[in-house]
Design a protein around this ligand. Structure first.
Ligand code: HQG
Length: 185
């Protein structure tokens, strides 16, 4: 990885931490849609040895490989679009018809539990699903030896499950019970 890429990656990870999980580590507050004031964010980052300029912050948002962050229309606020575990955030995603099927990439060591309990959100607010196999594969690789599950979204929809899509394309659902899962590899 080149130096700039490394720096951007590190900044993205830090922003994910404070905008998704632990805003309190730098003394900021997220509203229920995940937004926080950019001036306060930058001020608090500076006070916690993580100083960034506004331009550098915007650079992270714009170059981010998964479009994890979003600026408000007036450019005064920033948020992570998905992946939250923080209780202050209760995003109201708009329900949307998912493609059929969707995929979930995970690791072999979770399979037994998944086949027993279905896919659960755990610390996060939703189970994350992908439209594309290669994305699911990459997500699974983060955890170990990859296993892909195919999700029968059609059946789930017929049975009243609600799906949402975050601004960056990630599909979200609260739970996927085992009867809708087929293991691919
Ligand atoms: C597994 C990344 C045991 C689940 C990605 C996963 C994604 C179970 C792990 C986003 C289980 C949770 C989310 C059960 C699910 N028993 N294990 N019943 N149900 N699991 O990181 O989906 O780079 O919270 O399969 O791209 O891997 O952060 O979720 O392996 O979009 O922007 O529990 O995070 O995006 O792990 O990844 P995670 P995930 P970012």
């Amino acid at each position: 990885m080149k130096n700039l890429e490394k720096t951007l990656n590190k900044r993205s990870k830090f922003l994910s931490l404070v905008l998704r999980h632990q805003p309190e580590t730098i003394g900021i507050i997220l509203d229920s849609e995940g937004w926080t004031d950019i001036n306060i964010l930058l001020q608090q980052m500076a006070q916690h040895q993580s100083e960034l300029t506004r331009e550098q912050l915007i650079e992270v948002v714009e170059t981010n490989d998964k479009k994890r962050f979003q600026l408000s229309e007036d450019q005064n606020k920033i948020r992570a679009v998905q992946g939250h575990s923080n209780k202050q955030v209760q995003r109201e995603y708009i329900e949307k018809m998912p493609p059929h099927p969707l995929y979930h990439g995970t690791a072999t060591r979770f399979v037994e539990s998944i086949l027993k309990n279905g896919l659960i959100a755990g610390e996060r607010h939703h189970v994350h699903l992908s439209e594309y196999l290669d994305t699911a594969y990459k997500v699974g690789q983060r955890h170990g030896k990859v296993v892909i599950f195919n999700i029968n979204t059609q059946k789930m929809q017929q049975n009243g499950y609600q799906f949402y899509q975050a601004e960056n394309g990630v599909w979200l659902v609260e739970h996927v019970p085992t009867q809708y899962l087929t293991q691919l590899e």
